[in-house]
Design a protein around this ligand. Structure first.
Ligand SMILES: Nc1ncnc2c1ncn2[C@@H]1O[C@H](COP(=O)(O)OP(=O)(O)OP(=O)(O)O)[C@@H](O)[C@H]1O
Ligand SMILES: [Mg+2]
Length: 295
């Protein structure tokens, strides 16, 4: 990428309306087969893997966005770039018109595998995050924030338990409480309910819908579930298969809020949206299989 191309991408993000919180311009990600320093001196090689190519996306403040696409297409890679845990090989990414240079307390992340500290209690796990982000806050105030967020996810009775004493659904609620306790502007979730049984998953989806109604933070969530995406999202980003995955289409989800799943399923746009998503996922997954057979 030339300097002037980079500058143009940077500028187009600066020129977006103030309602745009997250701006991605021509974001590509190449995983190099060579170690970092050698790759930076000798550039790309044939064995490098292009995971993402030319991702352009504007996410407005206070919207719930889900990302859906065939397995292995690059959803986590994209979310990690937004989290600042990984960097684009090309292109620009900005939040509130500032380049993302690494992880920050303005983005809270909920991981699929919970990522809780096993030696800490539920209270301590959340307090550790609060202390790290707000080191100057009094202990009393930190504890108050922890309690508030345990209440928010219905875990006030489990404060003294350790992660191994909790069910998967409870662990994930701790993860959500921890991410929200640092009061991030944007909540990032990578398949947060992927490891849960259907009933617990449905229950947590309802919880997330309730919490979102209360806080209205920007949420960017990866899911494999069409129904989950339709229940929760304002916008659904449908990705193409990899390598060189991109955005195929962005769907607007028009259902009124607050939502409940029965009302959502009765909405006249529900079935057409569901069918469009199923067709897209089926087409892309079949193409992945065909590519595998032909290689
Ligand atoms: N650090 C890495 N080095 C090399 N290749 C990687 C790396 N991380 C991811 N990839 C590759 O990039 C592609 C996208 O991976 P990613 O984990 O983002 O997919 P995904 O859409 O999240 O998949 P899933 O739905 O299975 O979680 C995959 O082909 C993966 O093998
Ligand atoms: Mg993933």
């Amino acid at each position: 990428m030339t300097q002037s191309t980079a500058q143009t991408e940077y500028l187009t993000c600066l020129e977006t309306p103030d309602s745009v919180q997250m701006c991605l311009r021509n974001v590509s990600k190449v995983f190099s087969s060579k170690p970092g320093l050698i790759a930076s001196i000798f550039g790309s090689s044939k064995s490098d893997f292009v995971a993402l190519e030319n991702i352009n996306l504007d996410i407005e403040h206070n919207t719930f966005v889900t990302i859906i696409g065939p397995s292995g297409c690059g959803k986590s890679t994209l979310l990690n770039i937004i989290a600042g845990l990984s960097f684009p090989s090309e292109g620009s990414i900005m939040m509130n018109k500032e380049p993302i240079r690494g992880p920050g307390p303005d983005r809270g992340m909920v991981f699929q595998n919970y990522a809780l500290m096993p030696w800490m209690t539920v209270h301590e796990n959340i307090r550790f995050a609060v202390e790290t982000v707000f080191p100057k806050m009094s202990v009393k105030q930190q504890n108050r924030i922890v309690k508030e967020h345990l209440l928010l996810v219905g875990l006030e009775g489990a404060a003294k338990k350790h992660p191994h004493e909790l069910s998967g659904g409870m662990r994930q609620r701790v993860g959500i409480a921890r991410a929200l306790a640092i009061n991030p502007q944007v909540l990032l979730m990578d398949e947060p309910f992927g490891a849960l049984d259907a009933l617990t998953r449905g229950f947590l989806q309802d919880e997330i819908e309730r919490i979102w109604e209360e806080h209205r933070k920007t949420v960017i969530m990866i899911t494999h579930s069409i129904d989950e995406a339709l229940l929760l999202s304002d916008k659904i980003v449908m990705m193409t298969k990899g390598p060189a995955a991109g955005i195929a289409q962005i769907l607007d989800v028009p259902f009124p809020r607050p939502r409940n799943r029965l009302e959502v399923e009765k909405h006249p746009d529900y079935l057409p949206l569901k069918v469009a998503m199923e067709e897209h996922l089926f087409r892309e997954t079949r193409a992945v299989e065909e590519a595998r057979v032909n290689n």
